[in-house]
Design a protein around this ligand. Structure first.
Ligand code: JJW
Length: 449
């Protein structure tokens, strides 16, 4: 018997994001985002997929809320599409856009589900990108104005707020590696954008405090674990630099008011230290109420000169992989959570994303996604290990409620506990949905069933 049990007060949820599920991209006054532009530029997204229809949740949100209600979750993380509210990024407000989110939030509250709102989940208004996007500090102020508008509109209805989702993806994946929108490959641009994203986060928190908005606010960095191939110091140091790219680079400014020196050294060597103005770090490092942690995978790494920015190469040592070709590495989840607690103290934590890509299809009305169930069991066990080690876990939100638009991978990569047929938009609850439902109901699961 291997029962893994969780505290009764722990929140259980699921997560999605606007561009990945809503569709209605050209409806009711929504403006274009950088992902509308990027996805319609040939070669950027697998199969030329885009978010024009997605899961059509803009029209089917009531059905989706009923799926959540049957699942038994008590919190749902969604994001607001900035260009649905401010089609031009700033200026005139689209009332139909606001009305959609009131309808969604009211439906959630009427069904006993708490809304957790992400203000920025990658869909920057194209109009702002045309003025330099996140490279332009004016976008930072535009984000703070957008956030203030949303705070005023939903104060009292929404009480859990996330400013920026995965700033590493928004800055480095999108402007240095270049596989996400807007698709640049410039390290200095990426480090400046990472700084502006943290500044935008800080300015939004400041508006939240000034407005005395009810509830709590945080941000949601993505993490990964890198295990040194050997005990050689060069391997340990290389892995610390690789992890520092996700963790210290985005945590130290918020929790320590400065960038980590060992990472600044690397960026400086490439002429890419970010441009920081007086007062920026004070704004970035003001107190937040929780941190959202996104975790998917980990790897083994070792020193190899010039293998990448950090003289780090990842070593495939035969771990099983998901259909995203990512290692299944639950131990890394436990280690990431302990690292964050050790380095940044007892900040309350929500797991705002954790899940696996398995592309199982519907057969005779059923989706047998045992791989996802096994992944969830292993990672929830790591979560419990972290909780028993003193990490203040307040909730766990599975990524994702629905199969959806997985960015550059389009609809080919499925992360949902609910299958979506993107031709008919029919939802089919997977085996993992029923497993998660039972786990949420019980507050425990048996590793052997
Ligand atoms: C070094 C080279 O790297 C090449 C690929 O590098 C990555 C890294 C990370 C990702 C990635 C995808 N997701 C899932 C999303 N999180 C937010 C939500 O919208 C989910 O859809 N998280 N991280 C993709 C690709």
């Amino acid at each position: 018997m291997a029962i893994i049990e969780f505290p009764k007060e722990m929140k259980w949820g699921a997560a999605t994001a606007a561009y990945q599920i809503e569709g209605a991209a050209l409806e009711d006054g929504r403006g274009l985002s950088i992902w509308d532009t990027f996805s319609k530029t040939p070669g950027n997204v697998l199969n030329g997929d885009n978010g024009d229809v997605a899961c059509d949740s803009y029209h089917r949100y009531k059905e989706d809320v009923q799926i959540m209600k049957e699942l038994g979750i008590n919190v749902y993380r969604f994001s607001i599409s900035w260009p649905r509210i401010f089609p031009a990024g700033t200026g005139e407000i689209n009332q139909k856009g606001l009305q959609y989110y009131h309808n969604l939030v009211d439906e959630l509250l009427e069904n006993g589900i708490e809304p957790m709102c992400t203000l920025y989940h990658w869909d920057l208004p194209q109009a702002l990108q045309d003025q330099g996007g996140w490279e332009n500090r004016k976008t930072v102020d535009a984000f703070a104005d957008y956030a203030e508008q949303i705070f005023k509109e939903f104060d009292g209805k929404i009480k859990k707020w996330i400013t920026i989702n995965e700033p590493w993806c928004v800055s480095f994946l999108s402007n240095f590696i270049g596989i996400h929108a807007p698709g640049f490959q410039n390290l200095k641009l990426a480090t400046d954008i990472s700084h502006h994203l943290l500044l935008a986060h800080g300015k939004a928190v400041a508006r939240f405090r000034d407005l005395k908005v009810e509830g709590s606010i945080g941000y949601a960095p993505n993490t990964e674990w890198l295990e040194p191939f050997s005990s050689k110091q060069e391997d340990i140091d290389a892995c610390n630099r690789g992890m520092g790219w996700f963790i210290e680079w985005f945590f130290d400014p918020v929790f320590k008011g400065q960038y980590p020196h060992f990472m600044l050294e690397v960026f400086d060597k490439h002429g890419a230290a970010p441009a920081i103005q007086a007062g920026d770090m004070e704004i970035i490092s003001q107190k937040i109420d929780f941190v959202g942690i996104n975790y998917y995978t980990g790897s083994v790494g070792r020193y190899k000169k010039d293998a990448d920015l950090f003289d780090l190469e990842k070593v495939d040592i035969g771990y099983e992989k998901t259909d995203f070709d990512w290692n299944i590495y639950p131990e890394g989840f436990y280690k990431v959570l302990l690292k964050i607690k050790d380095q940044y103290g007892d900040i309350p934590v929500y797991i705002t994303e954790n899940g696996a890509c398995y592309n199982d299809e519907v057969e005779n009305g059923r989706v047998k996604d045992q791989g996802r169930i096994d992944y969830l069991k292993q990672h929830l066990t790591s979560l419990k290990r972290a909780m028993d080690s003193g990490v203040q876990i307040k909730g766990y939100l599975a990524w994702s409620l629905l199969d959806n638009f997985e960015w550059a991978e389009g609809y080919h990569k499925r992360f949902g506990i609910v299958h979506v047929d993107f031709n008919t938009l029919k939802r089919t609850k997977k085996d993992s949905y029923y497993w998660y439902k039972q786990t949420v109901k019980n507050g425990w699961f048996d590793m052997n069933y």
